[in-house]
Design a protein. Structure first.
Length: 199
């Protein structure tokens, strides 16, 4: 059966998400307004509300779009690759928690996005699926390092990745401590201490 209605305009989606991202970074989560995004994008409000029923839905879509630009490179050196990826995650978290000019230890928009996933069952499902897709790529990176003998043969790739990514979110959401490349390097070194293969 052919789909009913007009096909979704990806150019409109891109324009809307770009404008929404600019508003979040400029004013923070509280400053995001679907009505204002619709006006700036030159799109009917009903069109936006059909695609993103709430501000929460739109904000999560913005983050998914931003994350899609973060590549996970495989140079053949697992330490370097993991530091690079943790640094990208940290940069994204810092960008979101500083949105709206926030300073200091506040989780900022990161906390709002976590709350949005708890408020809306569909956002929770969508967010988990996004992380499953991203994590699959990271786990494959770790698995390739294990296969080529860089990491222990009995390594639990999922547990290693949880230690790394989980620590970044913990610092942003709970302790408010900074996350940067220096911390990513410390984190990866500590996590790999017992994971590297003995030669």
């Amino acid at each position: 059966m052919a789909p009913r209605g007009r096909p979704r305009d990806t150019q409109v989606d891109e324009r809307v998400l770009r404008i929404a991202a600019a508003l979040i970074f400029e004013r923070g989560y509280a400053g995001l307004s679907i009505d204002e995004v619709a006006e700036r994008a030159g799109v009917a409000k009903t069109t936006l509300y059909r695609r993103w029923p709430t501000k929460d839905h739109l904000a999560v879509a913005v983050v998914a779009r931003l994350q899609a630009d973060d590549e996970i490179t495989d140079t053949g050196d697992i330490r370097t690759d993991l530091v690079d990826y943790m640094d990208k995650i940290a940069a994204g978290l810092n960008r979101m928690r500083a949105a709206g000019g926030r300073e200091g230890p506040s989780a900022g928009a990161v906390g709002e996005l976590v709350a949005a996933a708890a408020r809306h069952e569909d956002i929770g499902r969508m967010t988990r699926q996004q992380y499953v897709e991203r994590n699959t790529i990271a786990l494959a990176l770790i698995e390739r390092a294990r296969v080529r003998g860089e990491l222990r043969a009995d390594l639990d790739a999922e547990a290693l990745f949880d230690q790394l990514a989980g620590a970044l979110y913990y610092r942003v959401m709970i302790t408010g401590a900074p996350v940067d490349r220096a911390y990513a390097e410390r984190l990866v070194s500590s996590a790999l201490e017992g994971s590297l293969a003995c030669h």
